[in-house]
Design a protein around this ligand. Structure first.
Ligand SMILES: *Cc1c(COP(=O)(O)O)cnc(C)c1O
Length: 392
């Protein structure tokens, strides 16, 4: 296969992409149109939690595709019911609304919170979110996110999202007023560069929300579904949020997301929420296969063990090169390089057959498949070490 410029020009220009086309993948490996193979530590942006084209998901798709594509969201279908029940069994939440993307699930969460505010808090609608947080790219989610580069874009923004710095409880306290209805955050800020919301802080937020009758909302689009070594990121702190969103990993690479809530927060009435593909049977059948794989014995223990192994190796590499801290949990880790060389490293790594993400100019992020082997972690470290040495 060769690349035709006219084809590239038929896509809207939204980002600089390397002039290669990816054609197939298996496990931790992905190949481009020239046949070159890459060790993939991006995995579709922490999406392919079981690696590229895992058999269990290919089978789930094929089986459901041969049976029923889409009966309309106005009817029940079997995979939708099965996955909702499984999610309720494995989490502290009671009900699920399925969506197609993380941003859409988050929109649903904020609509649910605003509705809850109308019913229970005199029309309170403000949701306190975090500086540098990332919640997706719809207009409202760009407003809820705390990404400085987005501030001048698409004005005017949707109002109602005052911001606090992460891990600063007093800043949240100062923002609470009678218009406040909830607090929303990521258990680990992924796009910001992997900053963990401390367990103590999560517990303090829970207490604060209880004290003021506010909803605690966790955006687990990146941290949910085993990424941190627990099924959901909130489990590390032991708190039970009122609302949670899932995306990315829950579909293992196909578009599936979810909005989950405790019964006490479920206040949508008929007509309030919906969408054409919501609860689509092919997508939810895949979600079940993902969840069943992750909740099988030893799966999550292995994620934790491999995550710790990767963290240790990154720590050794960091010390050897005078870099900074390694941050994160499980299979979501970042390395602070203390210099703005992350873009350079990820470009050179790609030449050497390794896909790595640079969420900040001085930070590399590692988000491989959850079932990545230690040998593959070693291979990643070898290629990365070679790239770093070639910079000097
Ligand atoms: C990726 C991400 C989103 C957005 O998900 P989309 O599927 O791209 O809409 C929202 N929140 C977090 C924490 C994410 O990592």
């Amino acid at each position: 296969m060769s690349i035709q410029t006219e084809e590239l020009d038929a896509l809207m220009y939204i980002v600089d992409r390397p002039e290669i086309v990816f054609v197939e993948g298996q496990g931790s490996w992905i190949s481009d149109h020239t046949g070159k193979k890459y060790l993939d530590f991006i995995q579709g942006w922490a999406v392919n939690c079981l690696g590229h084209s895992p058999k269990v998901l290919v089978d789930a798709i094929n089986e459901q595709a041969g049976r029923l594509f889409s009966p309309s969201p106005a009817f029940y279908n079997a995979p939708m019911l099965k996955l909702a029940k499984q999610l309720a069994e494995h989490s502290c939440f009671d009900r699920t609304f399925f969506a197609n993307s993380g941003a859409e699930a988050n929109e649903g969460a904020l609509k649910l919170a605003r509705k809850w505010g109308q019913k229970n808090r005199n029309g309170a609608y403000e949701i306190i979110t975090m500086e540098h947080g990332f919640h997706g790219r719809t207009l409202a989610m760009m407003s809820a996110s705390g990404k400085p580069q987005w501030e001048p874009l698409y004005e005017p923004k949707v109002p109602g999202f005052p911001k606090a710095p992460l891990n600063d409880l007093d800043a949240v306290v100062k923002l609470i007023n009678d218009k406040t209805v909830g607090i929303m955050l990521e258990p680990i800020q992924g796009e910001a560069g992997v900053y963990v919301a401390e367990d103590g802080y999560m517990r303090e937020l829970r207490a604060l929300a209880d004290e003021h009758n506010l909803l605690l909302i966790v955006d687990e689009v990146q941290t949910g579904m085993g990424r941190t070594g627990k099924l959901f990121g909130y489990e590390h702190s032991g708190v039970e949020p009122d609302i949670m969103t899932l995306g990315k990993g829950i579909g293992g690479g196909i578009p599936l997301a979810a909005l989950m809530a405790k019964e006490s927060a479920c206040c949508f009435e008929p007509g309030d929420q919906g969408g054409t593909y919501n609860g689509n049977p092919i997508m939810t059948a895949v979600g079940s296969a993902v969840l069943e794989t992750m909740t099988a014995p030893d799966f999550l223990e292995e994620v934790t063990a491999t995550g710790n192994y990767m963290r240790e190796k990154l720590g050794t590499l960091s010390q050897a090169h005078g870099f900074g801290e390694v941050r994160g949990r499980g299979m979501l880790q970042a390395l602070n390089l203390k210099q703005e060389i992350a873009g350079d490293i990820s470009a050179k790594a790609m030449e050497q057959g390794l896909l790595l993400n640079a969420p900040r100019p001085d930070t590399l992020r590692f988000m491989p498949a959850l079932n990545t082997s230690r040998e593959e972690v070693d291979q990643m470290i070898d290629i990365l070490t070679g790239v770093i040495n070639s910079l000097n």
